[in-house]
Design a protein around this ligand. Structure first.
Ligand code: SF4
Length: 343
């Protein structure tokens, strides 16, 4: 059994237009010490997957079902109180998006890192603050940072503080929600190197939420490609990058400029569907150049190919990825077989 096993995780929100299907039957598994990158466009539900895993849910939750097993223990059957006392921050923690806004501007950094330890009440104050200094060192900050306010820190330092708050209890699984999105490229590289070091030195397991597939490939062992509240494809990084099987993954990769190629990036026509009224069958169908009649039927099965899995009728029926006729949805066919994107 894998260290983290997520099966059919579903999270809908109540809205005035009806249930918004933010996370729909999402499944993946992860071994201890591995990192999974969940990659997708804005609004595809990737942050909602993170919130569902750590159970930080807004009040308007309509449906929250499925299975999340961490180290063999089912977490969805725990009450909110059990989850708060036993799991959140201790076993699963999260570095929230937007370090600039997550930190309280009127509290010293050291207190903000120590806060969960102090609230726990089981650790004396001196011990809590000595843990703060230890954890600041771990994320590459001097111990004096504890005495400073957030506005005295650079963006990169704030991001390290946010990471420190997530690590204070020595959790088994850390969720990183767009940890470098507001940073410039050189600081982004420093934070990515820090994450790689923490992963190898502490054996941490990461779920890394990002819109940047290149960044995710740099840190992660596996990738999950999110589209319209579902994981379109999931598997080892090299498999997804070199042999993408889902048409959305292929389109996403083809939209990236390549340094060593004259081929200009292409784009995926159309826009993702609204999640209150998504297409009944495959959610990618209105944009998919390979869509055929079967794709109007729900639900496309999660098919295993090589070492990855994809949510696609095309694979279920073992059709070639070269459509014989122009798609009825987009009115165009792609020419020729797709080449591997190795390199
Ligand atoms: Fe395209 Fe059909 Fe596969 Fe959806 S199920 S990605 S529409 S081929």
């Amino acid at each position: 059994m894998a260290f983290l096993e997520v099966q059919d995780l579903t999270l809908y929100y109540d809205t005035h237009r009806g249930p918004l299907r933010a996370v729909d039957r999402v499944s993946f598994s992860l071994e201890k010490g591995e990192a999974l990158g969940i990659v997708g466009e804005s609004g595809c539900g990737k942050s909602s997957i993170a919130l569902a895993l750590i159970r930080v849910l807004p009040k308007n939750v309509h449906t929250y079902t499925g299975s999340v097993r961490l180290d063999g223990r089912e977490l969805l059957s725990l009450s909110d109180e059990e989850f708060r006392r036993q799991i959140r921050w201790r076993k699963i923690s999260m570095a929230f998006q937007g370090a600039m806004n997550v930190l309280n501007p009127v509290l010293k950094v050291g207190y903000q890192i120590a806060e969960p330890l102090l609230e726990d009440g089981q650790i004396p104050k001196e011990k809590a603050f000595s843990r703060v200094k230890e954890i600041l060192k771990l994320v590459g900050l001097p111990p004096e940072t504890a005495e400073r306010f957030p506005h005295e820190l650079s963006g990169g330092m704030k991001q390290r503080v946010v990471l420190a708050t997530a690590l204070v209890f020595n959790p088994h699984l850390v969720i990183l929600d767009e940890p470098t999105s507001a940073l410039d490229v050189s600081v982004q590289a420093q934070i990515m190197n820090l994450l790689k070091r923490l992963k190898s030195e502490l054996g941490l397991t990461f779920v890394f939420i990002t819109h940047d597939i290149a960044l995710a490939s740099d840190l992660c062992d596996r990738l999950g490609i999110a589209y319209a509240g579902q994981l379109a494809e999931e598997g080892p990084v090299e498999e997804i990058l070199q042999r993408p099987t889902h048409p959305y993954t292929q389109g996403l990769l083809e939209s990236m400029p390549l340094l060593r190629s004259d081929k200009p990036p292409s784009f995926i026509p159309g826009a993702p569907p609204g999640l209150t009224d998504p297409p009944k069958g495959c959610r990618f169908a209105p944009r998919c150049p390979y869509a055929f009649a079967r794709c109007e039927q729900p639900p496309p099965p999660f098919v295993t190919t090589n070492r990855s899995r994809a949510f696609c009728w095309l694979l279920a029926e073992q059709r070639t990825l070269t459509p014989p006729v122009p798609s009825p949805y987009t009115g165009r066919a792609r020419e020729g077989s797709r080449k591997s994107r190795a390199g």
